[in-house]
Design a protein around this ligand. Structure first.
Ligand code: GDP
Ligand code: MG
Length: 178
């Protein structure tokens, strides 16, 4: 396999309103808006330069309300790596993370899937935080995922979501090949 120009399909999921589209827009277009219209599906292409390799990222931003519909399942089957977002200001969105992760590993039929759990909206933590950073870290440990807290609004740790996830995917790729 050509180690240059690896292609990685990344799916981003999480409850509506947690900031999925904002994260993708901040990453791809370096912009933040207080309004992103929910569309059924948007796909973005991004060339990530990391550790002297170019990764062609295909990022799928979904907006379906139903987490387990067939369309979503198809995205998951085609995805190589996954971002699951919750808002640190919304306990419900945090509770949903495990369900989304379980659905991914059930469909993939393996626990060995690159997944990053993202606690978004840390810019409003002073007034609005409902999920502590430790809760996030512990959940990620329990589910064998990587973890990061971010702000799409302030562009905090947004690039790091993608670099950490791609590194994890790359690491897993090399063990699968053995
Ligand atoms: P999605 O439904 O998960 O795609 O969420 P959106 O990206 O559409 O964001 C939902 C709302 O949360 C919008 O009003 C965004 O402006 C807002 N939002 C997204 N990310 C952040 C963030 O990091 N900080 C703050 N304060 N608001 C955010
Ligand atoms: Mg959206």
């Amino acid at each position: 396999m050509n180690i240059k120009n690896k292609k990685c399909c990344i799916c981003i999921s999480g409850e509506p309103g947690v900031g999925k589209s904002s994260i993708v827009q901040q990453f791809v277009n370096k912009e933040f808006s207080t309004q992103y219209t929910p569309t059924l599906e948007d796909s973005y292409f991004y060339k990530l330069d990391l550790d002297e390799e170019i990764y062609n990222l295909d990022i799928l931003d979904t907006a379906g309300q139903e987490e387990f519909c067939d369309l979503k399942n198809n995205y998951i089957l085609n995805g190589n790596a996954f971002i699951i977002v919750y808002s640190i200001s919304c306990k419900g969105s945090f509770k949903e993370v495990k369900n989304i992760r379980d659905n991914i590993i059930n469909l993939k039929n393996t626990e060995d899937v690159p997944i990053i759990i993202v606690g978004n909206k840390i810019d409003i933590e002073e007034k609005e935080r409902k999920v502590s950073k430790l809760e996030g870290i512990n959940l990620a440990k329990q589910l064998n995922c990587i973890f990061i807290e971010t702000s799409a609004k302030q562009n905090l740790n947004i690039l790091e979501i993608f670099t950490s996830l791609v590194k994890d995917w790359n690491k897993k790729l090399s063990t699968w090949k053995k």
